[in-house]
Design a protein around this ligand. Structure first.
Ligand code: G3I
Length: 356
């Protein structure tokens, strides 16, 4: 056979394979023609990010390479948390966070800051801090303003307060609320704004798609803050979700957040395949397709909100082997768009098909 004929045959075979439709319980996915040179962020009309692990960014060239190639926004998975940045009262450790910011600047990536005030991942000097309410207020304000000022002009946005509600919609009885009262949330936003009036300030939480009570409580709080003139610019919806989550719940979460008029960040997206924590479960193509259908639906719904409210979508880490889910769940899972070898999964194409 002539060389040209062989090439034509191979191209035809690839085309035929790629054009086949596969159907699963989660919907019908058309696998797109696989182009190795596809770059995820160039395929989407809004920023697409990943949370990144500072150690892996420095030690794993495949990990670093995928982040560099596919995403145009990053969030530090842990390196900007209170305990990581501020391990003792008069010591700040900027090393890992500064590394991530330098990486972003060198590669044209946006940096979203996560997170200034959270009830957990606190250093022991905070949880054991003995001071009156003025001393606590000073601790909170100093932390927020030192961190925001350090990254001013480099970090475009912050999760100012993270996870301030229980799933029932009751405000969390965190150390901050205990020491500083219910309205500490508003002051966190004011302190952050004083340190960088150009940063976009978000309230970030999970559960919008599975707890209507929590969703309502969050929306009521951010709306009240906005109406009082508190500088809040966006809602972060984490979306640690499952492959069986319904279209109706996903839509309700995204559209209710968008109805506030604030920017909306799907800030920590991952889609669990083993929510029942079955030990020894094995990944199958059918599970991959089911997962892709959820990624697709989430992206499609998100893409339908007004363009100026689409802050972006961030996945919570990069490859399945890096995800927090298996450790937390105590069972195997594959929640992300890249597999353990950083190869693209059907979920990757689900994201792209979501904007078609
Ligand atoms: O800091 C030590 C480190 O020195 C040691 O080498 C390492 C070895 O196990 O443990 C260390 O810290 C762990 C850290 O991850 C870094 O790996 C903490 O114990 C562990 O609790 C921490 O877990 C993180 C968790 O937040 C708590 O901060 C997860 O990686 C991270 O994915 C998770 O992310 C959260 C978001 O911030 C908020 N929304 C929910 C999401 C998932 O829980």
């Amino acid at each position: 056979m002539k060389k040209n004929t062989v090439i034509s045959l191979v191209v035809l075979m690839i085309f035929a394979a790629c054009s086949k439709k596969s159907s699963t319980g989660g919907g019908t996915i058309t696998p797109p023609v696989i182009k190795p040179d596809t770059v995820l962020y160039t395929m989407l009309p809004f920023p697409i990010g990943a949370s990144v692990n500072a150690n892996l960014m420095q030690s794993n060239t495949k990990y670093n390479g995928v982040v560099k190639k596919e995403f145009n926004s990053i969030t530090a998975e842990n390196a900007m948390k209170f305990g990581a940045l501020h391990p003792s009262q008069f010591t700040y450790n900027w090393t890992d966070a500064d590394y991530l910011v330098s990486f972003a600047q060198a590669n044209g990536k946006r940096v979203h800051g996560h997170t200034l005030v959270w009830y957990t991942s606190l250093p022991s000097w905070v949880t054991s801090f003995a001071g009156d309410s003025a001393a606590w207020e000073n601790l909170l304000k100093t932390h927020i303003q030192t961190v925001v000022a350090h990254f001013k002009g480099k970090v475009v946005s912050w999760d100012v307060v993270n996870e301030d509600f229980e799933d029932t919609g009751i405000p969390r009885n965190s150390i901050w609320r205990q020491k500083l009262g219910n309205d500490y949330v508003a002051r966190c936003f004011q302190y952050a704004y004083q340190a960088d009036s150009t940063a976009l300030l978000f309230y970030n939480d999970y559960g919008h798609e599975y707890s209507a009570a929590k969703r309502t409580a969050i929306i009521n709080m951010v709306t009240a803050l906005k109406n009082r003139g508190i500088p809040i610019h966006g809602i972060g919806m984490q979306f640690h979700t499952t492959a069986t989550q319904s279209d109706a719940n996903i839509s309700a979460a995204i559209n209710t957040a968008a109805a506030t008029g604030l920017k909306v960040h799907i800030s920590e997206l991952d889609v669990r395949l083993n929510a029942a924590a079955v030990p020894g479960l094995v990944y199958t193509p059918a599970l991959g397709e089911l997962q892709a259908s959820r990624y697709l639906y989430i992206v499609k719904t998100y893409n339908a909100i007004p363009a100026n409210q689409r802050f972006g979508i961030t996945t919570w880490n990069v490859g399945d082997a890096d995800s927090w889910i298996p450790g937390w769940q105590g069972a195997p899972d594959w929640p992300l768009p890249f597999d353990g070898s950083y190869l693209r999964k059907p979920a990757y194409y689900g994201i792209i098909n979501g904007v078609k």
